[in-house]
Design a protein around this ligand. Structure first.
Ligand code: C2E
Ligand code: CA
Ligand code: CA
Length: 776
């Protein structure tokens, strides 16, 4: 707003002077003429002239006074106006964020400072009063890097275009530089010649900083090794960084506007994501591990941090997701786990892993009132091996020992290297009575010939045994017990098994005694075979016989196979015993045949050790030839577990046995794990349905379903079925109706001595068991 000026004088000075001249001259001439006309006397005329002159002077004085007063008033108003203007300008200068300046061009081409506003103090740290009159001082404060550009702009743009706007750095009196926006205008004189410059300096360091900050953040975002994704409030992807693309394989173009859920692997369920969102909404942040899927389909683990970004009103504006691909960390963790849980030398579980497994095994045993064994095995004379052959040889021996011991354990057992030549064995579901034979088997495994660095080495061990719960409640107590037992074994000269408690020692002594007796059993002719009939399901006529082993112990009486077969297998005696059984069964059959009886095939149970023996086929050829019997009179029973153990080997062995004409059956079918694919390729004739299922017939729906299905399955594979353990007419009826081919069980006959079998052989047409009216 331009303030109003007081009214200007209506007449100019010249006009006033002229008006006064005309008025004065006119009044002098007219008044003189008027006086003449009056015709007054000289005296009167002189008086009148004097009065007239005085009047003129008075009027003139009044006029001059009036004019003077008027001028004074005008002057006052102008001064006030100027003051007001000045104050206003001053205020404008004061509130301006910029430093304002006015420079005057000198004759020598330089500039003097006419005016510079006090903001200079704030901006550059010195007061305007302290600046030198020569304006060149500020050129000295321009950053050397910017100076050439600034000089050029002044000489060029400013002179040419009359105005200039540019940015450069000015040095502060005390610290650093200030980025300055300089806007200036060239002032020209009346002739149009440059006379000076007016302009302003604005400190833009802060703005400048903000831009730098933004650039820096963008750089960090892009260069971060962590993958970053920003979505809008509706979780549509807004941007992702390079690391994100590297990890996921997706570029921003492919992702923009899409939800991050397109990376889902399916490994987390809906509940997982629900919980994640719940926390994100409630706390604004979620952190955790999840599995996502890369563009190439690969699933990978990531550690993800999610944050909600709110505006000033508290509304979510964006979501920020930052994650690292933890694939390699997972690998590192697995490696660390290996280091933490496995022995580096032998790759066996270490004590920590053993402790874990022991906790589980002991808790299970406690619930089931079962037993767990802990064995401490220490190699005998290991120090001597180390000493004579060196540490490398010692290591090789330890590795070999670990391998050999491991071969004789079940999958549920844990063999751990506790340190040096000390091994701990955790055997769940095992009683102390089994420990002796297990211990002996392990010692036997170690004793096999071994060569290290060309030197023959004989390995032997001492074993200490402790049993849960008899000798301890936890691993610490049990290992202490096993430890003291192994010391006893060492004191006794090594190469032996010792038990911690007297009770176990006692029981093991019993087992050991039994084992010693069993060694003699074959030679002393204490073993006998009983035979149990297998009948045709439809007619109940004799179809075959199963040879079942009995031990006529001089003191204990008739010992059932359940009490000594495991011991025989563990001690290796089963080879000798098995050979005897095969020979005896064939001898008996041949004898019956020679006696003119109508012989039926005899089924012999084959243990795993026998089945794996590569000499089995030749042995059978020899026996059949010796007794002059055709192969079809012999049936070999193999348990499902043994058959499936090494299926490829089984296929080959069974095929080679089949060539001899012998019959083959799978015993205890349904209790193990069968692969149908293999079953089809096994050259077997019969599946023997385990008696545990037969027991449930007529009241257990599940057992009935299993039996019905086994029969159907066998038939679909072209195999015959035999159900064992048939005790009731109801079971028999169920089996018959479901098409089972043969039956075996107490309903027809128990296993009995050979003499009693002869009666059935003489009357091959007689039906065994209770005579019932068969439904047509
Ligand atoms: P297995 O091969 O499953 O033999 C069937 C077992 O069930 C026999 O017990 C038999 O007496 C019994 N049994 C037969 N019918 C019935 C019945 O209706 N009800 C009941 N509750 N039981 C019945 P055994 O003779 O005590 O033989 C037990 C196991 O010993 C056999 O089971 C077999 O695995 C093994 N075995 C027997 N003799 C030999 C042999 O010479 N060599 C080998 N390696 N193992 C043998
Ligand atoms: Ca059997
Ligand atoms: Ca069986």
């Amino acid at each position: 707003m331009i303030p109003k000026l007081p009214p200007s004088p209506s007449l100019s000075a010249l006009k006033v002077t002229l008006a006064f001249l005309i008025f004065g001259a006119a009044s002098v001439l007219l008044s003189d003429h008027a006086v003449d006309l009056l015709g007054l006397s000289v005296v009167e005329t002189s008086l009148l002239q004097t009065g007239k002159g005085l009047l003129f002077v008075t009027l003139s004085a009044l006029l001059v006074g009036l004019l003077a007063r008027r001028t004074a008033l005008q002057h006052q108003a102008l001064a006030a106006h100027a003051q007001l203007q000045h104050e206003r300008l001053q205020r404008l200068v004061d509130v301006s964020p910029a430093v304002l300046y006015a420079l005057r061009l000198r004759a020598d081409g330089g500039f003097d400072t006419d005016f510079i506003s006090p903001q200079l103090l704030d901006m550059l740290g010195f007061s305007p009063e302290s600046t030198p009159p020569d304006a060149a001082w500020w050129l000295q404060r321009v950053h050397p890097e910017d100076l050439p550009r600034v000089m050029a702009a002044h000489r060029g743009t400013l002179l040419r275009e009359g105005c200039l706007q540019h940015e450069y750095r000015l040095r502060h009196a005390e610290d650093g530089y200030r980025w300055t926006l300089d806007q200036s205008v060239l002032v020209r004189d009346v002739d149009g010649q440059p006379a000076g410059v007016i302009g302003s300096w604005l400190d833009i360091t802060g703005r400048k900083q903000a831009e730098e900050h933004a650039r820096l953040i963008a750089r960090v975002f892009e260069d971060s090794h962590q993958a970053i994704c920003i979505t809008d409030a509706d979780t549509r992807i807004v941007t992702v960084n390079r690391a994100f693309t590297e990890v996921t394989g997706y570029t921003l173009d492919e992702l923009a506007g899409r939800p991050p859920s397109l990376l889902k692997s399916g490994r987390q369920d809906a509940a997982f994501y629900a919980a994640m969102w719940r926390q994100l909404r409630r706390q604004g942040r979620w952190e955790g591990e999840l599995w996502n899927r890369r563009k190439n389909g690969e699933v990978y683990p990531e550690w993800l941090t999610l944050s909600a970004i709110h505006d000033a009103q508290g509304q979510v504006r964006q979501y920020l997701g930052v994650f690292t691909d933890t694939t390699s960390r997972k690998a590192a963790e697995a490696h660390i786990e290996r280091l933490a849980y496995y022995d580096a030398l032998t790759a066996l579980p270490n004590r920590s892993l053993l402790a874990d497994r022991a906790r589980v095994a002991l808790a299970t045993a406690q619930r089931q009132h079962g037993q767990v064994l802990l064995m401490h095995l220490n190699l005998d004379d290991f120090a001597a091996i180390n000493g004579s052959l060196g540490l490398a040889a010692g290591d090789a021996v330890l590795r070999e020992a670990a391998t050999r011991l491991g071969r004789h354990l079940r999958p549920e057992d844990t063999l751990c290297r506790q340190g040096a030549d000390d091994f701990l064995l955790l055997l769940p579901h095992t009683r102390a009575s089994d420990a002796m034979s297990i211990g002996l088997r392990l010692m036997q495994a170690l004793a096999a010939p071994l060569e290290v660095q060309g030197q023959p080495v004989t390995l032997a061990a001492s074993i200490g045994v402790a049993e849960f719960p008899t000798d301890g409640e936890d691993l610490a107590q049990l290992s202490q017990a096993a430890d003291s037992a192994v010391h006893q074994a060492k004191r006794a000269g090594g190469r032996t098994v010792r038990f911690f408690s007297r009770e176990l020692q006692e029981r093991s002594r019993e087992t050991l005694a039994l084992l010693q007796d069993l060694r003699q059993a074959v030679a002393r002719q204490e073993l006998v075979l009983h035979y149990q009939p297998q009948v045709d399901a439809a007619t109940a006529r004799l179809h075959g016989l199963e040879a079942l082993l009995r031990w006529r112990h001089p003191v204990r009486g008739l010992v059932p196979p359940g009490e000594f077969i495991t011991l025989a297998e563990q001690s290796g005696l089963i080879r000798e015993i098995g050979t005897w059984v095969l020979g005896e069964a064939l001898r008996q059959t041949a004898a019956w045949r020679a006696a003119g009886l109508a012989v039926v095939p005899v089924a012999v149970n084959l243990s795993a050790v026998q089945f794996r023996d590569p000499g089995l086929r030749d042995q059978l050829i020899g026996l059949l030839r010796d007794h002059g019997l055709p192969g079809h009179l012999l049936e070999l029973e193999l348990t499902e577990t043994v058959a499936m153990e090494d299926s490829k080997h089984t296929i080959a062995t069974l095929a080679s046995l089949k060539q001899l004409g012998v019959r083959l059956s799978i015993d205890d079918f349904g209790t193990g794990y069968s692969s149908l694919g293999y079953l089809k390729r096994f050259a077997v004739d019969t599946l023997k349905v385990d008696q545990s299922f037969v027991r449930g017939l007529n009241y257990d729906r599940q057992d009935e379903a299993i039996v019905a299905n086994i029969i159907a399955l066998a038939h679909s594979l072209g195999l015959a079925t035999l159900a064992e353990g048939v005790e009731t007419a109801g079971q028999r009826e169920f089996l018959r109706q479901h098409g089972c081919d043969q039956l075996q069980g107490w309903l027809f006959a128990k296993a009995c001595p050979a003499e009693e079998v002869e009666a059935w052989l003489r009357q091959p047409d007689t039906a065994l068991g209770p005579q019932i009216q068969l439904v047509a």
